[in-house]
Design a protein around this ligand. Structure first.
Ligand SMILES: NC(=O)c1ccc[n+]([C@@H]2O[C@H](COP(=O)([O-])OP(=O)(O)OC[C@H]3O[C@@H](n4cnc5c(N)ncnc54)[C@H](OP(=O)(O)O)[C@@H]3O)[C@@H](O)[C@H]2O)c1
Length: 334
């Protein structure tokens, strides 16, 4: 058994390259008490991976230079010294960019077994039935309390979190408008994900498109992008609107910024709440149960984009920032 690892060797300036990592091969570590040794099958590729590479204040410590690049993953237990876990079990946890990881339970992102017997592909528990779906559920249901009569806008709407967030808002009776880049994604939002309308933030007349599709204003903004896209949407918010601040992908690579006019947030009495999956441990079982049920009943749909090969993880991460993914971005390792 050879453990290939990609360790962060330097902090990327903008786009990530394979040269930002050192490639090492070694024997997998021996299993320890209270842990499992697991072989990575799929890596979850997330915009936040790019933030973890930066030495800036954030919700988790940055990945240290020389450390295996942190990432969530789906893995198969090969050895266990943890009650209830046996070789062959499928689990998810923070595998990192490597073939074999020692995983322990604990925290919202700690080791957990992939539910079986549900007729759901295991890798879906990295996306719609896992972190991305739970993020969408937390933001729309718990933070924004979306419901009938609301007009909800979702940015980065054709992505993994965004497509789930829009569909959840629809299921709760809201009118939903998606914001995405390019005509293909705009079409997909309406035709595949069932949004009521969708607009292209790259178009010169984006603000006008948003105005035309939110005639009654915006009650709920599920924000994934930040920067000018977010500011254009906030300008359409109704009094006492709610903003679930999920992410700000437009600034993760170190470009762009968000400087909103707080006086207008005050004047409109907006509720703005940042939230993060790491605080969702209690919500997780309820949200996943609901998402699995909706998925199996065909009430929500989800897509995955899969890139093959551990060494292509940096490339897959860049594709998120190019908007080249449809739904959840995964790297197939084994
Ligand atoms: N709060 C939490 O706990 C939590 C958890 C998971 C994810 N998130 C956040 O949710 C957001 C989406 O994550 P995801 O994993 O579902 O990724 P994703 O939406 O599947 O992929 C990222 C998408 O962002 C869009 N994008 C990239 N650069 C952009 C830019 N400069 N301006 C506007 N749009 C841009 C692209 O779509 P287009 O083609 O439409 O540009 C791309 O497909 C991110 O902000 C992430 O940080 C938050």
């Amino acid at each position: 058994m050879i453990n290939r690892q990609l360790k962060l060797a330097r902090r990327p300036e903008s786009r990530v390259s394979l040269d930002d990592f050192s490639y090492e091969e070694s024997q997998p570590p021996p299993v320890e008490d209270g842990a499992v040794l697991a072989r990575t099958l799929f890596l979850s590729v997330d915009p936040t991976n790019r933030v973890w590479m930066k030495d800036v204040p954030q919700y988790m410590p940055p990945v240290a230079l020389g450390e295996v690049m942190r990432a969530g993953g789906l893995a198969e237990v090969v050895d266990s010294r943890l009650d209830g876990f046996a070789p062959g079990d499928l689990v998810f946890g923070m595998t990192g960019w490597q073939d074999y990881a020692l995983l322990r339970p604990g925290g919202a992102l700690g080791l957990a077994k992939v539910p079986t017997g549900l007729d759901v592909a295991p890798e879906r528990f990295l996306g719609i039935c896992g972190p991305n779906g739970v993020t969408a559920y937390a933001g729309m249901v718990e933070v924004a309390g979306v419901g009938e009569g609301d007009t909800a806008v979702v940015t980065a709407a054709a992505g993994s979190v965004g497509s789930a967030a829009g569909q959840i808002a629809k299921l709760r009776g809201a009118r939903v408008v998606g914001v995405a880049g390019g005509s293909d994604k705009v079409r997909m939002l309406v035709e595949r994900y069932g949004f009521d309308a969708a607009v292209d933030y790259r178009a010169d007349d984006f603000a006008e498109q948003l105005r035309a599709t939110t005639r009654e204003g915006i009650d709920v903004l599920f924000e994934n992008v930040g920067g000018a896209v977010m500011e254009t949407a906030i300008a359409r918010m109704n009094a006492r609107g709610r903003i679930a601040l999920s992410g700000m992908i437009s600034i993760y690579e170190g470009r762009g910024s968000t400087r909103y006019d707080w006086a207008s947030i005050m004047a409109k009495r907006l509720k703005v709440q940042g939230f993060n999956l790491i605080d969702c441990e209690k919500l997780w079982p309820k949200a996943v149960g609901q998402l699995v049920e909706w998925l199996r009943a065909g009430r929500i749909v989800a897509d995955e984009t899969i890139v093959d090969g551990l060494d292509r993880a940096p490339e897959a991460l860049n594709l998120l920032f190019d908007g080249a993914n449809h739904g959840k971005m995964l790297v197939r390792v084994a």
